[in-house]
Design a protein around this ligand. Structure first.
Ligand code: FAD
Length: 529
């Protein structure tokens, strides 16, 4: 097989296929790229929600909100909201971007204290009634917008350390986005509408060619499997072993539907809301023209039909349209899901991107994130040695990808295992039966009383799960923590809390005069009257 990659065939025209083609078009124009897409196999497209890193990818392709969003039913997303996860009746947020640490750092430096986010634990300790939602409100002043569904684009810089274009993410119809990319970013990609009927291997198990229904045999130096759950090249032909995550992630079915808006000004939230219900959780993804809803459940505890009934009940209780209309009028689609990955991401001359490689239930909106992360690795490897690829390069992609997914597995499970719910067998399984180890949490809790090594994502979910590091006992008993607390009080740690309050009050006044999310999109992005 060739060491230097001059030609690539991508099989699959879902978002992972077109994302990959767009990136190759822009960043590796010297490579001859063909994309084959079956006219018979539909793309997955459920109304996808993303995380902030997607912005880096879009910017690397030169994509501008005003250009692509109107074609993809897209809306903005500033945060993920988790409702009824820790316990019924409580919610918390995971907002995007670095947030506002400016003032905190000034005080922190005096304290020789190096994780500004930890300063919130002082507040929680000194004022125990502080709700967990206050963490997000303290560090992400744009939460004032999220709470009121309003947008201030911040060109005047009134909101500290907030840049809407890089901090926020999107909710969109990913299938439409793929189509937009095909038309606008893939002018050099050869597009073939045909079904791959066979994958032909060499004696040594490398892919030699693809047989298609109408275009005969096609060959390339590298094949990229973007065929979704079918995993036509990677699993069905190369038989790369599959590693299931069902030991920790038991959700394996989803019911999805689309619901019309009654009042987009109030319903088009700036967050994707995930609500924990009896046997799983329901997503609420507000796109520009409709709301995407999905119930992710486990058939360990309920069957498909019961899940649909539970889903409809939830819709009747929580959605405006469903409160006043017959939920039977909506269309429901069932999708079997399986959490897990393949042992390798890049095997011989085939790289799997998207669902063909692996899947993680969408509670953290990671589907497209892992697609873009894989593409980033591919481009990096292709560009670094003038497109020469050897086993070392493949290994590096494999190791890094596996590490990312293993981390995600732990992180996603923590949304459930950190809960105190025990109202159904499902929640009892997660909160009482499942055995697991969280090294990172143990260290934060008992070794250094700090979130220093946590990513922001882990911090937010930990706070939502009431992992408050400073307890009465720990502050009294641990000498160094006790000293730190006394120092903080002496240095006026209350100034930080006062700053958060003053800042938020000021921003709130500004937000009151701002357009709603819907009005903003209509005028600025969709250019409608
Ligand atoms: C229930 C659910 C919810 C999700 N929610 C989110 C979310 O909120 N956020 C997020 O980022 N991601 C989410 N995802 C993941 C996201 O939808 C996918 O990662 C993304 O759409 C990429 O899909 P894909 O391109 O890999 O596969 P698909 O969209 O399935 O595309 C597969 C392509 O392969 C082609 N194909 C198949 N077989 C052949 C063949 N033999 N010959 C030629 N072509 C073939 C098909 O025609 C199609 O074009 C979710 C996924 C599911 C299942």
């Amino acid at each position: 097989m060739k060491l230097k990659i001059n030609s690539i065939i991508i099989v699959g025209g879902g978002s992972s296929g077109w994302f990959t083609a767009s990136a190759l078009n822009k960043h590796c124009p010297e490579i001859d790229v063909t994309l084959i897409e079956s006219p018979n196999v539909p793309t997955i497209g459920v109304g996808e929600s993303t995380v902030d890193k997607i912005n880096h990818f879009f910017q690397s392709l030169g994509m501008k909100d005003e250009e692509w969003m109107p074609h993809c039913d897209a809306s903005y997303k500033a945060s993920i909201k988790f409702t009824d996860f820790f316990k019924k009746g409580e919610f918390y947020h995971y907002p995007f971007g670095p947030g506002d640490l400016n003032y905190t750092k000034i005080v922190d430096d005096q304290l020789e204290y190096n994780n500004a986010y930890d300063s919130w634990f002082f507040k929680k300790y000194l004022y125990p009634k502080t709700p967990q939602t206050d963490f997000a409100e303290s560090f992400w002043p744009f939460m004032q917008m999220v709470n009121k569904n309003k947008i201030h684009s911040n060109e005047d810089g009134a909101i500290p350390n907030f840049d809407m274009k890089t901090n926020w993410a999107y909710q969109m119809d990913a299938t439409k986005l793929g189509i937009w990319m095909k038309k606008n970013l893939c002018s050099d990609t050869k597009h073939i509408l045909d079904h791959v009927t066979n994958v032909n291997l060499t004696d040594k198990g490398w892919i030699n060619s693809l047989s298609t229904k109408e275009h005969g045999e096609l060959q390339a130096d590298l094949y990229i499997d973007c065929t979704g759950f079918n995993s036509v090249l990677f699993e069905k032909t190369l038989e790369v072993p599959y590693v299931s995550y069902k030991d920790m992630l038991i959700n394996n079915g989803t019911w999805v539907t689309r619901i019309p808006y009654v009042d987009p000004n109030t319903e088009m939230e700036l967050a994707t809301n995930c609500t924990g219900i009896s046997n799983g959780w329901v997503w609420n993804v507000p796109l520009f023209s409709r709301i995407g809803k999905g119930y992710v459940y486990s058939n360990k505890f309920i069957d498909k039909e019961t899940a649909l009934t539970e889903f409809k009940e939830h819709l009747k209780e929580t959605n405006l349209w469903c409160k006043n209309n017959d939920v039977e009028e909506l269309n429901y689609r069932h999708i079997d899901i399986k959490n897990g990955i393949h042992e390798k991401a890049w095997h011989k001359n085939c790289l799997a991107i998207g669902l063909s490689y692996g899947f993680m239930e969408p509670i953290e909106s990671t589907g497209l994130l892992v697609v873009t992360e894989k593409i980033r690795k591919l481009i990096n490897v292709l560009q670094s040695k003038d497109r020469h690829i050897n086993q070392g390069d493949r290994d590096s992609v494999n190791k890094e990808t596996k590490k990312e997914f293993e981390g995600l597995k732990q992180f996603i499970a923590f949304h459930f295992t950190g809960s105190i719910r025990d109202d159904t067998e499902y929640w009892k399984w997660y909160t009482q039966e499942l055995e697991f180890e969280y090294e990172i949490i143990t260290k934060a809790r008992f070794s250094n009383f700090s979130f220093n090594e946590f990513s922001l994502a882990w911090q937010c979910i930990s706070i939502g799960n009431h992992m408050n590091l400073y307890t009465n006992f720990s502050v009294e008993e641990d000498v160094s923590l006790n000293k730190k607390m006394k120092n903080c009080i002496a240095l006026g740690i209350d100034q930080i809390f006062e700053y958060w309050k003053r800042r938020n009050n000021k921003i709130n006044l500004l937000i009151d005069k701002s357009p709603t999310h819907y009005e903003y999109l209509k005028k600025i992005i969709y250019k409608r009257k």
